[in-house]
Write a protein that binds this ligand. Structure first.
Ligand SMILES: [Zn+2]
Ligand SMILES: [Zn+2]
Length: 143
């Protein structure tokens, strides 16, 4: 009866969206669940996941998927770039101005009508840089 209406905009979904937008860390569903449950102690991981899927389908959030890793979510939907840590998988926004539009520089589109490109950057995040493999264990300064 009221099910359709409730599915459209539930208070839970609003809170999940709010919490995601407040974060800059591009959390996984599990990470966001840990944060959302402070406000909604009875929510389940499955509910968080389903709501993220609905928000993504409706274009309110981005879903960042890389083969072999868990999907991460982003409340920032304007076009921007990401850098992913190759050690821990953490994703950050990357501020940059692209001097050219790569789409305009395709020399052999192979019959495609090229519409967009998806540029991702890879690197090592500050936390992972501190655990360089060459460092002597036990020799690390304690912060
Ligand atoms: Zn890292
Ligand atoms: Zn982002």
């Amino acid at each position: 009866m009221n099910v359709e209406k409730r599915r459209r905009n539930t208070p839970q979904r609003k809170i999940i969206h709010e919490e995601l937008c407040a974060l800059k860390t591009h959390p996984t569903a599990g990470e966001l669940f840990e944060i959302v449950r402070r406000r909604l102690p009875r929510i389940s991981l499955g509910t968080v996941y389903r709501n993220l899927e609905v928000l993504h389908e409706d274009g309110h959030i981005l879903k960042l998927e890389t083969a072999g890793t868990e999907a991460r979510f982003d409340g920032e939907t304007h076009e921007h770039y990401h850098i992913r840590c190759t050690s821990c998988g953490m994703i950050r926004d990357l501020e940059m101005d692209l001097p050219i539009n790569p789409v305009d520089h395709v020399t052999d589109p192979g019959g495609f009508q090229v519409e967009a490109c998806d540029i991702r950057f890879l690197g090592t995040c500050p936390a992972c840089q501190e655990i360089t493999p060459g460092d002597e264990p036990g020799n690390q300064p304690i912060h």
